[in-house]
Design a protein around this ligand. Structure first.
Ligand code: THR
Ligand code: THR
Lengths: 160, 160
């Protein structure tokens, strides 16, 4: 079956947290993740890019309603924590996204045409997700919807 | 249905590329992604974490067989490109991974116990993927397999 985009999903109930400049050595990510799990805080996205000079950042997105607990938990483990509640997660959902060439590019181009900055990116075979400013969320949803010529019935407007 | 891990997947045929210190403004990611799509190079993971001081890095993983073409393409767009062929992608695959608290922590702990460094992370509701050194790949697969008490019949050993 040809790769295809089936829908667009927007989640405005997201907060981004990041722990900054943590040592790039085994056990660090596990300890941070476990401290959040021990408090029963579910994580939506976990994003970590390349390390540099022996340190790295680990970014998460959580439900905004969990932000105080999550922030407190991370601060207790001695981490420098950045919190940003004004984000939204915009995703395209489909099949064969990894093999399909240019699907992510098309999504990003739709955002670029409206001057919407892409702050974070994570992908899988069935989903390309971006973190953008919450203030641009609905406009971004419409832009990507149009870019993939999806009619109303194919929209998955809000994730949980 | 309770969240659960169904299997572990290891892909050793991965190369990581990163474009470094690109301007954090609309259109940058789109242009880079389009240049790779125009050459017909499929991307597996795309990872971008938080920007800092007006710049960001964008990391990708591709099939190692596409590395020369991808590197050349990115260099032609004027980017500083980092290439690392000695990586492997290890993933746990399941359902309800985002809501399940501690699944990623458990995977990361299994790697930490064997002193395996986690270089990159990206997650979705059905998958937690890490980039690790290729030299530790098989050991990492076994460690995570054991951590989730998966017997041999549930293994999804190699992605494409
Ligand atoms: C930074 C963090 O991911 C570290 N590399 C670890 O393996 O835990
Ligand atoms: C860095 C890059 O992702 C940029 N923020 C863009 O929107 O294209």
């Amino acid at each position: 079956e040809a790769p295809s985009v089936r829908g667009v999903a927007l989640d405005q109930n997201q907060t981004r947290l990041a722990v900054l400049n943590v040592p790039d050595r085994p056990g660090v990510a596990a300890q941070i993740l476990q401290s959040l799990a021990d408090k029963g805080i579910p994580l939506d996205m976990i994003i970590q890019s390349e390390p540099a000079q022996g340190v790295n950042n680990i970014a998460f997105t959580i439900k905004t309603t969990d932000r105080y607990e999550a922030e407190r938990t991370l601060q207790q483990t001695g981490q420098a924590v950045m919190v940003d509640t004004d984000v939204a997660k915009l995703s395209i959902v489909g099949l064969g996204m990894a093999q399909a060439k240019g699907i992510a590019a098309r999504m990003f181009q739709a955002l670029a045409e409206r001057d919407i900055n892409i702050e974070m990116i994570a992908t899988s075979e069935i989903k390309v997700s971006c973190i953008i400013r919450q203030s641009r969320a609905v406009e971004a949803l419409q832009a990507v919807h149009q870019a993939f010529a999806l009619n109303g019935s194919q929209e998955i407007p809000i994730e949980r």
